[in-house]
Design a protein around this ligand. Structure first.
Ligand SMILES: C[C@H]1O[C@@H](n2cnc3c(O)ncnc32)[C@H](O)[C@@H]1O
Ligand SMILES: [Zn+2]
Length: 431
């Protein structure tokens, strides 16, 4: 007896371009059958007539608890945004704030079809607890900084390590841990080398911001006589264990280094546009064979949300207008970035509907005016759909939302607690 059968549904496996009518069978957190029909029975049958079942989205770069800063400091360049607004406000964040901010993020992600995410933040025990409680899958890292913050490198590193070891494989394996050195401009070269050594030792990955702005590029050139990619490569830092967020200010040589080292890149187009950081050379990276996935960044540097549909649409449109070429980043390729490439970046067996893979699955309700008629499902998912079209979200074989009803947490309670946390934050931080 299976746990769940999703039937009467159009299946987009992401293994092929085809959309076929069929069933998806789930047992013990795993997809056990994807077929036209099944002989099996299940504890729960989901009749998803007229809908599409597909892999859930993998958001490969965010700072989930920043939901509490949604709309707090908009329309400001990154340096000023971080130094004058975000970092001072984060000083006032409590453990409870981080918990409820992350819970709010999980709620938002579950409702808009994201099943896994990569997070780098502070108060990580509370972030991890919120992930555990929500039922989502996540790759979590404590954001390490050793410069300009009066925090000692050793204390920082031991906090990062403690988190890596305490939470590795927790929540029935839904939590992956990583080291999270914030960026080459906030971490010294000696510190970056130590982090790499610990990550190798603990057999975990590394999540880092790289070349997000021109100001980082200039600072690196001034300080080291080379860009961040060259510096990281000289340190032996780059490899397939590295998830590099942004990578906007890359030269062709940098792209070749990323490809050669097997680094995974998280493209965050909305954040890059909102903070006016620039346009990452995504088509060139993809052409050279770099694995490029998609992330929202924290929702305060996004369109103030965590909706991966918006991220897909923005990526597709941005690179067309940038290159003046409408054939660049076609819908199917963008969907792959948001699903299979993201799963590859996090090293998880998700991102496709395939036997033996994690049952991280969403159902998109196509019975909507803006999704009618359908000629090409990829086109609709990228250009027409939005997070509010997701009716059902399943992670690790557990239903977190069914028929638009969130069943893994008390939605109203999360909203109320988030509002209370934000009021307390405003009181303490005086913003
Ligand atoms: C983990 C720290 O990273 C900070 N942060 C959030 N968004 C960005 C960004 O786009 N670039 C660099 N740093 C960022 C966050 O506030 C935490 O302090
Ligand atoms: Zn970020």
């Amino acid at each position: 007896m299976a746990d769940i059968i999703i039937k009467n549904v159009y299946v987009l496996t992401m293994d092929s371009y085809e959309l076929t009518q069929g069933v998806v069978v789930i047992e013990n957190g795993t997809i056990t059958e994807v077929a036209e029909s099944t002989e099996q029975d299940a504890d729960q049958i989901i009749d998803a007539k007229g809908s599409v079942v597909m892999p859930g989205f993998v958001n490969t770069h965010t700072h989930a608890a920043m939901t509490l800063f949604r709309g707090y400091a908009d329309d400001i360049p990154l340096d000023e945004w971080l130094k004058n607004y975000i970092w001072p406000a984060e000083e006032h964040l409590t453990d409870e704030d981080a918990y409820i901010g992350t819970k709010l993020a999980c709620l938002e992600m579950i409702k808009s079809g994201t099943t896994s995410f990569a997070d780098m933040y502070i108060h990580m025990n509370d972030v991890a607890q919120a992930v555990k409680d929500s039922g989502m899958r996540a790759a979590l890292s404590y954001g390490l900084i050793d410069l300009g913050e009066n925090r000692s490198a050793d204390v920082e590193l031991s906090k990062g390590k403690q988190f890596v070891l305490d939470w590795k494989g927790e929540a029935e394996g839904r939590i992956i841990t990583m080291y999270g050195p914030h960026a080459p401009y906030t971490c010294s070269e000696g510190f970056l080398s130590k982090v790499k050594k610990e990550a190798n030792h603990d057999r975990v990955g590394i999540h880092i911001h790289v070349l997000e702005t021109e100001s980082e590029l200039n600072q690196m050139k001034q300080q080291y006589g080379m860009c961040s990619i060259n510096l990281l490569d000289r340190l032996g830092f780059l490899g397939p264990d590295v998830l590099a967020a942004h990578c906007v200010w890359l030269s062709d040589d940098d792209i070749e280094i990323l490809r050669g080292r097997g680094v995974h890149v998280s493209h965050n187009p909305v954040s890059n546009m909102k903070l006016a950081s620039g346009v990452a050379p995504v088509p060139r990276m993809l052409d050279r064979g770099v694995n490029v996935s998609l992330g929202t960044d924290g929702c305060a540097s996004n369109n103030n949300n965590l909706d991966m549909f918006e991220e897909m649409k923005t990526a597709a449109l941005l690179h067309k207008v940038e290159s003046l070429d409408p054939t660049v980043l076609p819908a199917r390729q963008v969907l792959e970035m948001a699903t299979t490439s993201g799963a590859r970046a996090l090293g998880i067996k998700s991102g496709v509907l395939r036997e033996g893979y994690n049952a991280d699955v969403i159902i998109v309700d196509m019975n909507k005016p803006h999704l009618t008629p359908v000629y090409d499902i990829h086109s609709h998912l990228v250009y027409s759909a939005s997070g509010s079209d997701v009716s059902t979200t399943i992670v690790d074989g557990r239903i977190l939302m069914q028929d638009y009803e969130v069943v893994c947490m008390d939605e109203q309670d999360v909203l109320d607690r988030a509002r209370t946390a934000a009021s307390g934050l405003v009181e303490r931080a005086k913003f």
